[in-house]
Design a protein around this ligand. Structure first.
Ligand code: 5AD
Ligand code: SF4
Length: 474
């Protein structure tokens, strides 16, 4: 099967007592988790569930968890403590609450979660979530149920296509997973263990999903993968398609005006993908390209398999292809063995490149990864000071990037109502939030906007002259 399953099971889970049951999905971590959360909610619609935004109103709560750093995993256990109390209050009134732990904590900790938190009914890993209705049935008959397998079947073949109204409610931008898993084994990272080996979806399945989204009003797709630029899916006419070829194909889908992709590894930034940033107008000039560290010694210890100079050369190539491209990165400070000099190399790389926005973290040793076993772990107070210094520098660059757009006219894709009445909000090509005084009829359209001011988190602009009416520019 090339797309999502349109059929569903005849035994409805969510309407047993004649009353529609409600599900609340709480998504932690990355955008792929957000995508998976939507797919889980979609799977439950034919089962008779409707979605709600507050766990207090729900009959079923799914925590779609993140295991990337210790802090992320611990947040899940404190939330489970709160849900346990809610479940006990419900039980006192004869009502129930089903609790599901999904995602990477479920994958990494498995049935250990049952031991740590008795209130949990179902544990389901990221590769098995298409089996959620089946597991809920098992749990409904009084047995706790767990599935953290990497099944033979492809979960994407078993998902449910969301109805157009649900797509519309989610807005004009949508995420689409095109690649999953990772074979890189960076020594700090749990992803190869929790998400498994690298797999790419076939082009035809992605095109079908994007066509459905576009028909329901989506204008911008962000292609997701833990290593998205390693994408090598089966092409429509056989053979293998690269990410650049996939983007070119998706740009032909009627209604799709913008394409983004995340997250990329520098070693998979192939020449055709760099050229696509020059040649494909739909590909937005924003690239998240994590470098993690600016020190060759740390990069080697992280098993990144590239050097600082490779990254600098790559950025120079990309800028030759598209000189206005906005770059963003992830950084880890305090990796085992990182010296003050190594850290200064990172600051120096940041100054040399100039990032439009970035994410930065203290190294968090993850059980089962090689980094956690390394000698010379860095003390937490040292990590904290380095993180603060790095973040100050990255924040300065972010503000400078935003201020440099003041006075320019940028195409903005309008997405939703703005912060104040009479305002609408959208995104610039560089992924900046832009607020404009204009009517809601422009939501879903791209218009040139003159940027007049930059606040800490948004730009402010006015519709450029001649920007009213007409079809969105393609
Ligand atoms: N400690 C700190 N940060 C981490 N990341 C991944 N694993 C760890 C870890 N163990 C960061 C990396 C990655 C981002 C998604 O999370 O910077 O690119
Ligand atoms: Fe983790 Fe990304 Fe490295 Fe893969 S490439 S191991 S997902 S940091």
């Amino acid at each position: 099967m090339s797309g999502f399953d349109q059929t569903h099971d005849e035994t409805c889970l969510g309407s047993e007592a004649g009353r529609k049951r409600r599900v609340h999905v709480h998504s932690y971590g990355c955008q792929m988790n957000a995508y998976d959360s939507q797919r889980m909610a979609d799977l439950l619609v034919p089962e008779g569930y409707s979605e709600c935004t507050d766990a207090q109103d729900a009959d079923l709560v799914i925590l779609n968890t993140c295991h990337i750093r210790e802090h992320a995993a611990e947040k899940v256990f404190s939330e489970l403590g709160r849900l346990r109390a809610l479940k006990e209050r419900r039980a006192a009134t004869g009502a129930d609450l089903t609790i599901v732990v999904a995602g990477c904590v479920a994958q990494a900790e498995g049935e250990e979660i049952f031991r740590r938190q008795k209130a949990v009914d179902v544990i389901i890993g990221p590769q098995a979530y298409h089996r959620l209705p089946e597991l809920l049935r098992k749990a409904g008959s009084g047995h706790r149920a767990a599935d953290t397998e990497f099944p033979e079947e492809d979960k994407f073949d078993h998902l449910v296509a969301p109805r157009p109204a649900r797509i519309r409610a989610r807005g004009v931008g949508a995420f689409v997973t095109v690649q999953e898993g990772c074979d890189k084994f960076c020594s700090f990272c749990v992803v190869p263990y929790t998400r498994g080996a690298e797999v790419s979806r076939p082009v035809a399945a992605i095109v079908a999903e994007v066509e459905r989204l576009a028909c329901a009003g989506v204008r911008e797709v962000t292609l997701l993968g833990q290593n998205v630029n390693a994408y090598h899916g089966t092409a429509e006419r056989g053979g293998t398609a690269s990410l650049a070829a996939l983007c070119a194909r998706l740009a032909k889908v009627e209604g799709i005006v913008r394409i983004r992709y995340t997250t990329s590894h520098p070693n998979d930034m192939t020449a055709d993908l760099v050229a696509a940033h020059r040649d494909q107008p739909a590909l937005m000039p924003y690239l998240h390209l994590p470098v993690q560290s600016g020190s060759d010694g740390v990069l080697a210890a992280m098993n990144r398999k590239h050097r600082r100079a490779d990254y600098l050369d790559l950025v120079a190539d990309i800028r030759r292809a598209r000189n206005d491209i906005a770059l963003s990165s992830d950084f880890i400070v305090g990796f085992p063995g990182e010296t003050e000099e190594d850290f200064t190399d990172t600051l120096d790389l940041v100054e040399t490149i100039g990032f439009a926005s970035s994410f930065s973290f203290k190294y968090s040793p993850r059980p089962g990864t090689p980094g956690a076993e390394l000698p010379h772990q860095v003390a937490d107070d040292v990590k904290a000071v380095r993180l603060a210094r790095l973040q100050a520098c990255l924040e300065r660059q972010r503000q400078a990037f935003n201020h440099a757009t003041v006075g320019r006219t940028l195409d903005v894709l309008f997405e939703k109502k703005g912060r104040h009445d009479g305002q609408i909000a959208g995104k610039s090509p560089y992924l900046q939030a832009v607020q404009v005084d204009a009517g809601q009829e422009l939501i879903g359209e791209v218009r040139p906007v003159e940027i007049v001011a930059a606040g800490p988190n948004s730009l402010f602009g006015r519709l450029a002259r001649g920007a009213g009416g007409g079809a969105p520019p393609r």
